[in-house]
Design a binder for this molecule. Structure first.
Ligand SMILES: NC(=O)c1ccc[n+]([C@@H]2O[C@H](COP(=O)([O-])OP(=O)(O)OC[C@H]3O[C@@H](n4cnc5c(N)ncnc54)[C@H](O)[C@@H]3O)[C@@H](O)[C@H]2O)c1
Length: 443
């Protein structure tokens, strides 16, 4: 069967969505307009986004903001080398971004600052009529999650969470598999962020905080003071899309437990010795935090946060339904009636068969963009939705529902694993909202 007809037929069956001629959601007409994008934060991540935007001919970069003059210099050099007009810079301090947001020549801003700045910057951007594309996680507290939602609703300005993992090629193929009904009705998913960040959280000389660099300057402090899943969105984003969270389904509650904290202390002793001042720091973050979420439609999700120990990197994805499963670890698919009984099949042939149209069309453009190409797609989603003035592919309700896992998990860990209810950021609209992610051939 022709792939388009296959997808169309099965999407209607599984999501109730009709795929219009060119995969329906948003408009396929590319406007002439260029997107005028400013940058808040041009550290490692912001600079990577900048490099990617400079490859496009439909983006202008009128202004950039960072408190570190070195980072501004690097960004300016990249912009000049790409033949773009010199941007205006805002560097005078932590609140210089407010000046930048007064400009009339910005349609959107990319926010790639430390976590504590994400919500204040996104809220200020929306109030100034500029669409924020905000790095992950979008918020740190329940209140901040509501601030994002309330501001977007009050101003009418959409906010996109730049969750690049949603665009992984395997994850998007699995989205097609799930929508086609390959695994039957979904019951259980697993996911997480299992990434040895010790060398990122602890800079050379066993330093962090004021003496650290990049994420060691700010991220490590969260491990000192907070115990919960501090980075849930790379895991939960793709799973939320598979389970239609906020779109016919919603998260109900979570429970979290944490192990003791050993990894960062041992690493500091190894790198700086027992007498190093940072060897006295008590890290609050348990080395492995395990969260179980329940959903309205009767699924369970296990999320793992594991960033302080020696280990290989994985997102632990597992997607299981009444007819089979996908396991990222082991690259395995099992489909009843197709796979040999009790044995997984190598996932590759399914990945090819269900490859998403976005990847088929833009594989070349995505090469070298970062995170195996995912970074191209997430930025493309932001830029195209800014140009077309359509809702972004990952919206403010996604940003809030995924980011709120952090404060809820902290509360649960502190309460010995007691269940914490999720706020319904859609205010009941999850019942009528329809899936949109991955249903557009352009973004
Ligand atoms: N999606 C992904 O795969 C991915 C990967 C890496 C980082 N990130 C996220 O990107 C964000 C940035 O991470 P990073 O690795 O670039 O960190 P970084 O420390 O390298 O960069 C942060 C930048 O923000 C600047 N900054 C700090 N306060 C500011 C303020 N008030 N105004 C303007 N600039 C300010 C800093 O000077 C720095 O240049 C984080 O939220 C991180 O979680 C996401």
């Amino acid at each position: 069967m022709n792939r388009r007809i296959f997808l169309k037929k099965n999407l209607v069956a599984t999501t109730g969505l009709a795929l219009a001629p060119a995969l329906s959601w948003g408009t396929a007409v590319a406007p002439e307009k260029k997107a005028r994008i400013g940058f808040l934060g041009v550290g490692l991540r912001g600079t990577n986004h900048l490099r990617n935007l400079l490859k496009r001919d439909d983006v202008l970069i009128p202004a950039i903001c960072d408190i570190d003059p070195e980072r501004i210099k690097i960004a300016q050099e990249l912009i000049a080398k790409a033949g773009h007009k010199k941007p205006e810079t805002y560097t005078s301090g932590d609140h210089a971004y407010l000046e930048m947001l007064k400009r009339k020549d910005l349609d959107g801003v990319i926010i790639a600052t430390p976590w504590e700045w994400h919500t204040p910057m996104a809220v200020a951007a929306m109030k100034a009529g500029k669409r924020p594309g905000v790095e992950v996680s979008a918020a740190n507290t329940i209140e901040e999650c509501w601030d994002l939602v309330n501001t977007s609703e009050e101003t009418g300005v959409p906010c996109m969470i730049l969750e690049n993992s949603c665009y992984r090629r395997d994850v998007m193929a699995v989205l097609n598999m799930v929508r086609s009904g390959l695994f039957g009705e979904l019951l259980h998913c697993e996911c997480g962020y299992l990434h040895d960040l010790r060398a990122i959280k602890v800079a050379p000389g066993a330093e962090f905080g004021a003496n650290g660099q990049h994420e060691a300057k700010w991220r490590t402090n969260h491990s000192v003071h907070r115990n919960g899943d501090l980075y849930p969105t790379h895991g939960i984003g793709p799973v939320a899309n598979l389970l239609n969270i906020n779109r016919g389904n919603k998260f109900l509650s979570l429970t979290s437990v944490a192990t003791k904290a050993r990894g960062l202390h041992e690493y500091i002793v190894k790198k700086g010795g027992e007498n190093h001042q940072n060897a006295k720091v008590n890290f609050k973050l348990g080395d492995i935090v395990t969260t179980v979420i329940t959903t309205q439609n009767g699924e369970t999700i296990v999320i793992t946060h594991d960033t302080n120990l020696p280990r290989p990197k994985t997102n632990n994805y597992l997607v299981q339904g009444t007819n089979g499963l996908w396991m990222y670890n082991g690259n395995m698919i099992y489909v009843e009636g197709k796979s040999p009984e009790h044995q997984g099949e190598v996932a590759d042939k399914y990945m090819k068969e269900f490859d998403h149209v976005l990847w088929q069309k833009s594989e070349d453009k995505a090469k070298g963009s970062g995170h195996t190409g995912n970074d191209y797609f997430v930025l493309n989603g932001f830029v195209e939705s800014v140009k077309r003035q359509t809702p972004p592919p990952l919206d403010v309700y996604d940003a809030a529902a995924w980011s709120v896992i952090t404060p809820l998990s902290e509360m649960s860990v502190a309460a010995g694993g007691a269940p914490q209810p999720f706020p319904d950021f859609t205010r009941g609209n999850w019942i009528n909202r329809k899936p949109t992610f991955g249903l557009n051939e352009v973004f």
